[in-house]
Design a protein around this ligand. Structure first.
Ligand SMILES: [Zn+2]
Length: 467
């Protein structure tokens, strides 16, 4: 049987400052090595000061993943040398004297299967090495410490996944959950990174690191399972090791034998005393957790009678569910949900487009009202929506300006139908013999009116004329 476990690193990108100093957590907007100070550079004599908000965010993550959260947490030094780590140790957490990390013993349901969350810990991100050209052959390696010390939450699962597909579903659920909590922005490069470990039929565990995206992780897991199966068929022992994903060759490559925890010579970080998180603080954090995606989905279905698939798409995305919640009244909720999921999501599909979009919830309410009172057809509403996203103009203004008002005047539509019947003689004969083909003629009328003709009335009038 295949067993897969995950280690996910999530940056707390919504925080102001790094984990132990006042440098910015948002290191991305700085020139290399311009977001550093004696503390995150590990200069002699500097002392770390713990970011309280980081502890709170990490605890909220633990709670949202149904973890136990202890009253006291502690930090440890994990000693190792690597050029991206200026102190020569990373401040992290370790459950060595009982449970001392921010959370543990949680779970997430993935398509009816319970995936156990073993541990959640708060730690600092190292800096970044930038290789010139291909990493293996490069002569020059640059180091940027802007990221060093940014707050990172590590989430470790049990090896409960049976296949790479379950991993993908889990990561999507987790990424939506973290965004919904308001602790991170999954769209930012490197904000959520996942490493995997795989073993087959009780064999040794192989870790896979250096994976750029969730998509690559899935590919790397597939490759690794096949590699281990083929070794096992030939009775070759699978060695316990860490392998790197080579994105160019699409294979995993052995990088080093796996270190054990004792190799890191962990010891308690005495510069940060034990941190107490009192019950009242934890109660407050629990009370402030946002509504979970699953309960939001259930509420959308039960209260507004929205189809479960539509409710799922809507609830999973904080940006769209906020737009929806602010736009609807109880009576038009379903129409607004459909407008968002069928039209809007199609062209406001990246973080940049969301940020540039001028659309407000009021626009959505006005659009649906115009469709429902038949001043606007569904087809024209798409054109209007695109224009609103770009310009932010009001629906009323657009109707006149873009000449989008629905044509529902019978004599006007009849005139256009006459033209179409003249031009499409064969289609008229076909429609008389086979009523199912009548939609072709309706389509032609819509085309001529640039989507403005009332489709129900058009169909009625065409049918009358055919008889
Ligand atoms: Zn700093």
């Amino acid at each position: 049987m295949t067993k897969i476990g995950l280690e996910i690193h999530c940056q707390l990108t919504k925080l102001e400052s790094k984990l132990f100093c006042s440098c910015k957590a948002n290191y991305r907007e700085f020139k290399p090595n311009h977001n550093i100070c004696p503390i995150c550079m590990g200069l002699p004599g500097s002392l770390p000061r713990l970011n309280q908000k980081a502890v709170e965010s990490a605890t909220s993550i633990a709670m949202a993943l149904s973890c136990e959260t202890p009253e006291k947490i502690a930090f440890f030094r994990k000693n190792y040398f690597y050029p991206d780590l200026p102190k020569n140790f990373q401040i992290t957490q370790l459950n060595v004297y009982g449970d001392m990390s921010v959370g543990g013993e949680g779970h997430v349901d993935v398509e009816g299967k319970k995936i156990k969350i073993r541990r959640i810990q708060l730690e600092e991100d190292p800096g970044r090495l930038i290789y010139e050209g291909e990493s293996e052959r490069t002569k020059i390696t640059l180091v940027d410490y802007n990221r060093a010390g940014t707050p990172l939450v590590e989430i470790v699962t049990d090896p409960d996944f049976e296949n790479p597909r379950q991993v993908r579903v889990f990561l999507n659920i987790l990424s939506d959950l973290l965004e919904n909590l308001g602790v991170t922005e999954p769209g930012l490069e490197g904000a959520i990174r996942a490493d995997g470990n795989v073993s087959i039929e009780g064999g040794n565990k192989v870790e896979i690191k250096n994976i750029g995206s969730f998509h690559d992780l899935e590919k790397a897991l597939h490759f690794e399972i096949t590699r281990q199966q083929s070794l096992s068929e030939r009775d070759i022992e699978i060695s316990q090791e860490t392998r790197h994903w080579d994105d160019k060759r699409k294979i995993t490559v052995s990088s080093r034998s796996k270190e054990e925890d004792q190799d890191y010579r962990y010891f308690l970080e005495n510069d940060i005393p034990w941190v107490k998180i009192p019950q009242e603080t934890r109660d407050c954090l629990k009370k402030d957790l946002p509504e979970s995606i699953s309960s939001k989905k259930e509420r959308f279905v039960a209260k507004f009678n929205i189809a479960p698939q539509v409710a799922d798409i809507l609830a999973s995305d904080k940006y769209y569910s906020n737009l929806f919640e602010n736009a609807h009244s109880d009576s038009d909720a379903k129409d607004i949900a459909n407008l968002i999921t069928t039209d809007l999501m199609g062209f406001v599909d990246t973080k940049e487009k969301r940020e540039e979009s001028k659309l407000t919830s009021q626009h959505l309410s006005d659009l649906v009202a115009a469709i429902n009172d038949k001043t606007l057809t569904r087809t024209s509403s798409k054109t209007a929506l695109q224009e609103i996203v770009k310009s932010g103009k009001s629906v009323k203004g657009l109707l006149t300006e873009m000449d989008l008002d629905q044509v529902s005047d019978s004599s006007e539509i009849e005139g256009i139908i006459m033209q179409v019947f003249e031009e499409e003689k064969q289609a008229v004969i076909d429609a008389k013999e086979n009523p199912e083909t009548v939609n072709y003629l309706v389509g032609k009328v819509m085309q001529k009116t640039k989507g403005k003709a009332d489709p129900t009335k058009t169909l009625e009038l065409i049918k009358l004329k055919l008889n």
